[in-house]
Design a binder for this molecule. Structure first.
Ligand code: SIN
Length: 517
């Protein structure tokens, strides 16, 4: 059995920010199921939003965030996030994070969809995530112990409901129990539930499933963001072309060169993401391919090296064929302003968390910001806790059960069915069909199964099905369209739903559903 003061599951920006800022007297174990640099954060092209421009103000960033989130947001959480943003940038820049500067020596500010000001701080053009991750990795202290290729299979929860550690499996199949009074999920979202996605291979909704099985409240799962512009080649999406490319003047056009967003939204190509994604999706459904025309951008290769590299790999130039794909989960594990969940000892930060800042649709470049803000806040909170807590009592550890035999689909089947039935456009029939398909795999049986007997692929499939079930049931229950949740049978926003959140908690292996006004 290993012991630590804090366990962090995941290796993205939220996880690293927490690890860098936490007190060095605390022994922290970081577990990642692949490598430290394999995360959505590392892939992130667009930057970090902060109101630091001359005529900008956090109040304007606040307004844009609420507008994009269709007012499902927690206003206090948004206000605190936007007010903290300039300080977060200052902190990173002071610590030599390699951001891009203009000729006058000021941080260069880009513009992205639904922002009323240019306020996106970026690095290496479209390599912002990599620059921040590398900068944070360099700053890790000797109190941080990293285990790569180690997957968490189960959160350890006491009789009284307190989380006290994790059961994990390393690449060679060895199981480990690690105990700590503080367990932090920073596992990212769930893009790999859908066949079209910008997300890293590893992002399979694990954290949401783990938290749900441990009794945490899971909230707002119907709100899934689809990014409008993924490079589309030979029937598959091949990676993200950043919104910053549209911010620099690229336009969405049809096969004849007609401007797609004309007459659709006053912000044209920089309209809110769900508006652009749904417009592209409708055109593709009608058999009309949509392209991102980048010919007006001078020095495209230098300004956007990641997107240019993607184009070169797929033998595309000038007009990039695009399709929308799953990009971000606005819902997740419900937390407070520092990342605490309703399960004592369990925390969630970054995309796996539902802090209330994103509402029904996340404003561009608010996700790296959220990870940085909540990572630092949780570090401060945990560093101030009573040190006597840091010595867990001898815990009772789970005893291995006999092997489980679960009937499971392939990951590809989950991705294909989620994309077609619970994707950009949903309706009652498609959602019901998906729900009965998911439930045909006898989820109830899993609740008594010892997951630690499963292979990594089987375990990920179970987590994918569980998270798919949470999204599908919430999408079925919300009988309106709002932000990232679009129902063709209820195509409009309904005022009555504006302040309602759907949440689910699993208690004693019985699902209790609740609607909070
Ligand atoms: C992008 O670069 O378009 C993505 C940025 C984000 O999702 O915030």
């Amino acid at each position: 059995m290993r012991k630590a003061d804090v366990i962090i599951v995941g290796s993205g920006i939220a996880a690293l920010q927490l690890a860098v800022h936490i007190s060095r007297r605390l022994h922290v174990i970081v577990l990642t199921k692949s490598k430290m640099q394999q995360s959505n954060s590392f892939l992130a092209q667009g930057g970090v939003a902060a109101a630091i421009g001359e005529n900008d103000h956090p109040a304007s960033h606040f307004q844009d965030t609420i507008e994009a989130g269709r007012n499902v947001n927690d206003h206090e959480a948004v206000w605190k996030l936007t007010a903290e943003a300039p300080g977060i940038i200052q902190d990173l820049a002071f610590n030599n994070c390699q951001f891009d500067y203009d000729r006058e020596g000021s941080l260069h500010l880009g513009k992205e969809g639904a922002h009323s000001h240019a306020r996106i701080i970026h690095g290496g053009g479209d390599q912002t995530g990599r620059r921040i991750v590398d900068g944070l990795l360099e700053k890790l202290g000797s109190n941080i112990q990293i285990y790569e290729d180690e997957s968490v299979y189960e959160l350890l929860v006491q009789e009284d409901g307190t989380c006290y550690g994790v059961s994990s499996k390393s690449k060679n199949g060895n199981m480990h129990n690690i105990v700590a009074p503080h367990v932090v999920l920073a596992t990212g979202g769930c893009g790999q539930l859908f066949s079209f996605t910008s997300n890293a291979q590893e992002v399979t909704g694990d954290g949401v499933a783990l938290a749900y099985w441990a009794g945490a409240r899971i909230k707002d799962m119907e709100f899934v963001q689809f990014h409008p512009t993924l490079l589309f080649h030979n029937g598959k999406t091949r990676g993200l072309v950043s919104e910053a490319v549209r911010g620099a003047g690229a336009r969405l056009v049809d096969e004849c060169g007609n401007h797609l967003m004309e007459g659709i939204h006053p912000f044209l190509d920089l309209a809110p993401r769900h508006v652009v994604a749904q417009t592209i999706f409708n055109s593709i459904q009608k058999g009309c391919q949509i392209y991102l025309d980048v010919t007006s951008i001078t020095n495209f290769e230098q300004r956007f090296p990641t997107a240019a590299g993607l184009c070169a790999q797929n033998d595309v130039q000038g007009r990039i064929p695009v399709a929308p794909g799953c990009h971000f989960l606005m819902g997740g594990v419900e937390t407070d302003h520092v990342g605490r969940t309703n399960v004592s000892g369990l925390y969630a930060i970054g995309e796996v968390a539902c802090t209330g800042v994103h509402g029904a649709n996340r404003l561009a470049s608010n996700s790296l910001l959220e990870g940085l803000v909540y990572g630092r806040r949780l570090a401060r909170y945990l560093s101030e806790q009573d040190p006597s807590l840091f010595f867990p009592k001898t815990p009772s550890l789970p005893t291995p059960q006999s092997p489980v035999c679960l009937k499971l689909p392939s990951k590809e089947e989950i991705q294909r069915t989620m994309m077609s039935r619970v994707g950009i456009v949903r309706n009652r029939d498609s959602l019901k069909e998906q729900l009965s398909w998911i439930e045909s795999f006898e989820l109830n049986k899993w609740m008594t199964a010892d997951f630690r007997q499963l292979t990594k692929t089987q375990w990920e499939t179970v987590a994918m099905l569980q998270t798919s079930w949470l999204i599908t049931t919430a999408a079925l229950e919300r009988t309106e369209s709002r932000g990232g949740h679009y129902r063709s049978d209820f195509p409009n926003e309904n005022k009555e739903w504006e302040k309602k959140h759907l949440s689910k908690t699993l208690e004693k292996r019985t699902a209790h559903e609740s609607v909070q006004a």
